[in-house]
Design a binder for this molecule. Structure first.
Ligand SMILES: CCCCCCCCCCCCCCCC(=O)SCCNC(=O)CCNC(=O)[C@H](O)C(C)(C)COP(=O)(O)OP(=O)(O)OC[C@H]1O[C@@H](n2cnc3c(N)ncnc32)[C@H](O)[C@@H]1OP(=O)(O)O
Length: 209
């Protein structure tokens, strides 16, 4: 599959995953409602019988969704002119696991910037986003940045320096940039900024496929 639009890249073979021209609004809606459910679930303090009643509602919803299934997630589509996976766990608007990372911007140097708002469900240390999720955001951002630079590649090494706590409930800016290429190895750096302060920095080596 090829794509001629600027800022887009051809993905690796994606099995038989359906490729959509646009993300169905209802797919995004459902994911958004499930995110709210998860957030409500970690904050709720209702009585046990209400937890049981809520669990029954969730079971009913799960059964409804299982009435018709596909074998593969919706891997690839386009958002704001850039290739995305509908069900990617970081930026996929159709995946409730994804915060999601949104609003990709590409400046004149090719550097990328996106935003994400992670709720309490992503908490690791008290009041802070779990370090694994911090790394996930950065891993995805460097992958996106090298793809935007025309070198789609997979991460083989990701070094994250956690400078200070990354807060949840606060909009995060995730920046990344392609910094060079040596044979199949592609280099990139990135950082997360919250309230104007850098909370984590990453440097990555990726390998083209
Ligand atoms: C996922 C993409 C979707 C794209 C869609 C469209 C774009 C949309 C963007 C969205 C952005 C998504 C961002 C997701 C970001 C992930 O999550 S990527 C997934 C996590 N990473 C992986 O699963 C990769 C796992 N690793 C592998 O499968 C294999 O290492 C690879 C990548 C296939 C490479 O294996 P290989 O072809 O055998 O290559 P190999 O000879 O071992 O290494 C090649 C070179 O790299 C070097 N190298 C290998 N490992 C290391 C290392 N750890 N440290 C230093 N150097 C190393 C080698 O020394 C070698 O160097 P040279 O000898 O050429 O100088």
């Amino acid at each position: 599959m090829t794509d001629e639009r600027p800022g887009t890249t051809s993905p690796p073979a994606a099995g038989h995953a359906p490729v959509l021209p646009a993300i169905p609004a209802e797919t995004t809606l459902l994911a958004a409602r499930i995110r709210e459910l998860v957030e409500a679930g970690v904050h709720t303090d209702v009585a046990a019988e209400d937890l049981r009643a809520a669990a029954e509602h969730v079971t009913a919803a799960t059964e409804l969704l299982r009435e018709r299934t596909r074998e593969e997630p919706l891997l690839l589509s386009y958002l704001d002119g850039n290739q995305v996976s509908v069900h990617n766990p970081v930026e996929g608007p159709g995946n409730p696991l994804a915060p999601p990372m949104v609003g990709l911007e590409i400046d004149e140097s090719g550097a990328t910037s996106s935003t994400a708002l992670l709720g309490a469900a992503y908490e690791g240390p008290p009041g802070r986003v779990h370090g694994g999720w911090v790394a996930s955001l950065l891993d995805h951002a460097v992958g996106r940045a090298v793809a935007v630079a025309g070198h789609p590649a997979m991460t083989v090494s990701l070094t994250v320096d956690y400078r200070r706590g990354t807060p949840h409930g606060v909009p995060l800016t995730i920046n990344a940039r392609f910094t060079g290429k040596e044979g199949r190895k592609v280099f990139a750096t990135g950082e997360i900024v919250a309230d104007g302060e850098t909370t984590a920095e990453a440097s990555a080596i990726l390998v083209t496929y």
